[in-house]
Design a protein. Structure first.
Length: 188
């Protein structure tokens, strides 16, 4: 997916955009759009209650990226930020839907209280996963990023290894340990 794009071209466009070249921004967005949309589609597999389409998620994620600081180092870093933006779009949408279901006052769901959330509420599930991932990131940033890239970014093992500058074996271990940690956190 993201690996199919030329690293050099994207990195060059990212640097030109950061340097103020508006044409580079347009060229970059045209070049990466289908990959961003594929990342958005992949992220929906892990958010069954989401009402957004891959196109809507991709557009919102790109809008957030355009409005951000744009300080991406290379293609891998850019797609890592895309995965984070995609996750945040899904979580924000789930929070809005969850707030609407609860009279407009969304409550913070701590991991300790996760067992009390209705099992069939996929918005609440996504919010719980987001909270658990955030908690995991506080203790082990790399494992949390590994999960984020795999599930919200749709990255392959090889792409995750390249993005995080670790071996594929480390990716496998991180995913296995992170899944176990998340399972425990979400069932506690």
């Amino acid at each position: 997916m993201a690996a199919a794009l030329e690293n050099h071209d994207i990195t060059q466009l990212l640097h030109a955009w950061r340097g103020g070249d508006g044409g580079a921004r347009e060229a970059l967005l045209t070049l990466v759009y289908s990959n961003v949309r594929a990342i958005a589609a992949s992220s929906l597999r892990h958010a069954p209650g989401a009402t957004l389409t891959p196109t809507e998620i991709a557009h919102e994620a790109l809008l957030r990226l355009i409005g951000g600081d744009g300080n991406w180092h290379d293609r891998r870093h850019f797609f890592h930020v895309v995965a984070q933006a995609t996750r945040q779009v899904l979580v924000d949408a789930a929070r809005r839907r969850h707030a609407d279901k609860r009279g407009g006052a969304a409550e913070h769901i701590a991991i300790e209280a996760a067992a009390h959330v209705a099992a069939n509420d996929s918005d609440a599930d996504l919010l719980r996963v987001d909270a658990a991932l955030s908690e995991l990131a506080r203790s082990d940033e790399r494992r949390a990023r590994t999960v984020e890239l795999a599930y919200f970014g749709g990255f392959s093992r090889e792409e995750i290894a390249a993005a995080l500058a670790v071996s594929e074996g480390t990716v496998d271990r991180d995913l296995r340990l992170a899944r176990a940690w998340l399972k425990q956190a979400l069932t506690a």
